[in-house]
Design a protein around this ligand. Sequence first.
Ligand code: PHE
Ligand code: ZN
Length: 879
Amino acid sequence: MRTDTGQVFKLEDYRPSDFSIPQTGLTFRLSPDATRVTAVLTIERRDGAAASASLVLDGDGLVLKRIAIDGRELAPADYLATPDQLTILKPPARFELLLETEIAPASNEALMGLYRSSNVYCTQCEAEGFRRITYFLDRPDILSIYTVRIEARMDEAPLLLSNGNPVESGPLTDGWHYARWHDPFPKPSYLFALVAGNLGQVADSFVTMSGRKVELGIYVEPGKEGLAGYAMDALKRSMQWDEQAFGREYDLDVFNIVAVSDFNMGAMENKGLNIFNDKYVLADRETATDADFANIEAIVAHEYFHNWTGNRITCRDWFQLCLKEGLTVFRDHEFSADQRSRAVKRIAEVRTLRAHQFPEDQGPLAHPVRPRRYREINNFYTATVYEKGSEVVRMIRTILGPEAFRAGMDLYFERHDGEAATIEDFLKVFEDVSGRDLSQFALWYHQAGTPNLTVSSTHNPAAREFTLEIEQSVPPTPSESRKRLMHIPLAFGLVGAGGEPVAYGGVEGAAVEDGVIHIRKRRHMVRFSGVDERPAVSLNRGFSAPITLSVEQKADDQFFLAGHDSDAFARWQAFNTLLTDALIAAFRQILGGAKPAFSARLTGLAGKIAGDETLEPAYCALALSLPGEADIARDIGRTIDPDAIFAAREALALAIARANQDAFANIYGRLADDGRFSPDAASAGRRALRNTLLDYLSLLPGGASLAAWHFEAATNMTDRAAALTVLAHRHDGSPEAVKALAGFEARYGADPLVMDKWFQIQASVPGPKTVERVRALTGHAAFSMANPNRVRSLVGTFSSANQTGFHRADGEGYRFFAQTVLEVEKRNPQVAARLATALRSWRSLEPGRQAKAREALLAIAGAENLSADLRDIVERTLA
Ligand code: PHE
Ligand code: ZN
């Protein structure tokens, strides 16, 4: 583990390396405790670099066994080797450097570099893991052509994979064998990958648009081949979609995906050899939920799309991370929207953005989409870089229109193929194809914080004029107290009494194009002329900008839009706003000692939406699932009491259930499972609505037995897990819940990915008793502190998705959390640092909890030998 050096990396310090590495040859002689790595690097001093420049290579915990230049062993005076750095003094202008290092994959629990996962050798090099394999210029602007030779014992590792195309393979003496791979595309070291082990294969092929045949392979634990079919299907659809939507063709003879069970993140886009967390590959109806299927489809697509946005064009430095990630998320969002329902997908995206990115942007860990400084780059794989980064690309398309956007993307691929590029390069292609000035827009990359628009409207019937008064503000964020004014593309509609769009004569006060108001100044008075009747205003349609809105809007208008807005997103938003307003009012009533009450108009609208057959079931399910406790907390903003929020939410759920008892029961019955199964969006949508209704019905008399019946009768994991959640969360301790939890455990005890659901469901049981339960479950046979998926399912769910449990008033949740974070950190600093972000909004808690949360953060900060990863998060959180 790398200890913290306290070093801060700054964007403005970027300068190209003095040396390049055009060729990289690697030979691995694999063994669990002593793998020999021989690197042969062709190194050239760059034009313009000083002849006296020494070569400084990155390392991380390495042991150097041999070093030679052009076949000659180096004398000790010629170089300086520490575990973390290799300096070669006065190297020649062009030479071949031979390095031998020895590493121990079996004891690599940080899961960075070369490690073993269930006896499979695999690698993870992004962002800075390659330096744990050999000394290298481990930075993304060093592009090299790799040739890799892998040697392993035949019985231990019959399968040997690396990037690019297979060249040759064959037996060696003593039961060993080898394979050689060559990747013709120059790539940065973070895209290097190797896999060796005994794995089962699913094979298929794809013919590209120019008629080249590509061999596709998905490798899984032997015996699990039957669970990879959906991932393979998603891969082929992704390959085809990228040809159609972006004109991008695959470029190697093979494309391989390997599923491993110990992985820090979701998946990794290594050139031609994607490595996946097995949770995002393995699925069938028996073990995976519809959400799992959707995630698999999206992540397979995401990693595949990186082949062009990330690999063919990579990042100049890690400050440019959003260049590949935001853009690739945008591409996978578009893919899923085309494969599924665009409206439903958009609502789900926005819910995710608000749940993960908004709190980040509004708390101590806020940073721009393109950060200017970091201490530990691992901590910048964030919702801001990924999700907000995607929203920024979406806004570029909104501003330019789809044709110019596509032309800009084409130019990007043409101009920068084979390069390590920057955000400036990216913006420039869109300026060049459109002739627009995007300099104000560029602030979306450079400035942190969620902009807010305050909007009010007036109608003057005599003048036939409708006016929107719009004011923008960007709240201060850490180290950025003064914000500049942004360019915000605000999609809108004026809606008439019958739901029709209201025509207007002219507009003044802002540029308005294609239903989008371009906000560029602090304040705009946008005047629409020729408007006879006061329209309802539908704002930020399709969520055209990642902002918050404070709209002075009559409840009547909000109800009207929730029933009639022609923009599905805005319609969902209107209803969601009504629910949020009602929940916040209830929260205040509860704090004031009153019993919350809800209008029949609101609960009645929920019933109408559920029964509206013109709406997609998946849309109805999203509309009816109440804003989460954390969403409500975020919207309240300060002196949060999670128990009062929980009580408010429960009260509204009960009011909706009571008001719609018969209607919900009818629809629930109509959606009955016919035993057939397809993971497609329409079928998943019906299951989602039925399970949402079950959640409501379970609050009424007989609810526990209904849920128990639903659980027993389930023919797929979506329904089974939904029923188990309802039993554990709504009827905790009931005989039905106890029986179902035990039944689930008995049935799936040997399947770690399914047991993750069992851990998650229990970790999110609301209330003060859950912390003890979670602590006890850390001792369960299926749990392991060394496996990131287990840790995230149990501890991550508890700390980030259980508001009443984690924020227990006496601080016991925080104490358990601090202790566990430190325990995880000993093995895996990256996973620990991510866990630790659960306290990022601690300052918005009420004073009692705030003090206890702070104590927990200080306990972490005070621990000895803290890793750079965890120290960075904890110190920024406390700052
Ligand atoms: N680059 C990966 C992705 O977004 C994420 C990742 C980052 C994986 C760092 C591992 C380590 O697809
Ligand atoms: Zn990515």
